[in-house]
Ligand binder design. Structure first.
Ligand SMILES: Nc1ncnc2c1ncn2[C@@H]1O[C@H](COP(=O)(O)OP(=O)(O)OP(=O)(O)O)[C@@H](O)[C@H]1O
Ligand SMILES: [Mg+2]
Length: 236
């Protein structure tokens, strides 16, 4: 495995100001992920998992600290730079899938390619290739509400992969799935990692995820640390 660092953070803080006071969602998070690794981040509800992924994806800015993703210093990027990062470097699979209900499976997967101004023919072949890859051939015209949870999750994965990102960020990808579909989704991550060398960060409560990751971290009250597989199992 190549030991190049692809995600690096140092002393990341995120503080939300609410009418009821300040919430410190991240409190000095420092960690790194090597290219080609799959890592798991486990932690209870409200511990800061989604906040961390949003910062890595350039959707939120930290209040303090450094973030470097595939060589880009996120603090140095303006809004256009962050949009470029989201379109080409990072693929985020949100906790609720984030699919657009009015669009078909095909159109949902095509959307990031449209935004990146990929020419039509190239877009078409890429979308068809991805639909086959996730095993949904024949469902191109279906809308999200006609799909099962596992199928929606796979469409969200295909959409996140459309611009061949270096880093895939998956927020609770098995939370709403039964055992069989959860395993299918985790196998798909393993396959993506093998086929494209994509670095994958999976945030989860689910102990099954531990069988699919190279390293695990636990986050509690906004504080992250690396743990052994046994310790991660205890905290899932
Ligand atoms: N936009 C926001 N405004 C105010 N507080 C927020 C906001 N987003 C998150 N928080 C707070 O920050 C803390 C961390 O939230 P976050 O969504 O990162 O947790 P999480 O670990 O993903 O939880 P879950 O497992 O339930 O998805 C929580 O206390 C949450 O209420
Ligand atoms: Mg969350």
């Amino acid at each position: 495995m190549c030991s190049e660092i692809v995600v690096w953070t140092y002393d990341l803080w995120k503080i939300y100001k609410t009418p009821y006071g300040m919430i410190s969602a991240l409190r000095g998070v420092s960690f790194s992920v090597r290219r080609g690794e799959i890592v798991g981040i486990h932690g209870p509800s409200g511990s800061g998992k989604t906040t961390l992924l949003k910062i890595l994806a350039g959707l939120e800015r930290p209040d303090r600290g450094e973030v470097i993703v595939d060589g880009y210093d996120l603090n140095q990027l303006d809004e256009n730079g962050l949009a470029m990062l989201r379109n080409t470097i990072v693929g985020l699979i949100p906790q609720d899938y984030g699919l657009i209900e009015e669009l078909t499976v095909y159109e949902n997967i095509e959307l990031p390619l449209l935004l990146a101004r990929v020419p039509k023919e190239e877009r078409h072949s890429r979308v068809i290739e991805l639909i086959e890859y996730i095993g949904l051939k024949g469902r191109e015209k279906a809308r999200p509400k006609q799909l099962s949870g596992g199928e929606k999750q796979r469409v969200a994965i295909a959409r996140a992969l459309s611009n061949t990102p270096s880093v895939l960020l998956a927020d609770e990808p098995t939370a709403n799935l039964d055992q069989e579909n959860a395993i299918k989704v985790l196998e798909l991550f393993k396959q993506v990692n093998r086929d494209f060398g994509t670095t994958i960060i999976i945030v989860s409560h689910d102990p099954k995820v531990l069988d699919y990751v190279d390293r695990s971290f636990v986050i509690r009250n906004g504080v992250l640390r690396e743990v052994s597989p046994q310790e991660a199992l205890g905290s899932s």
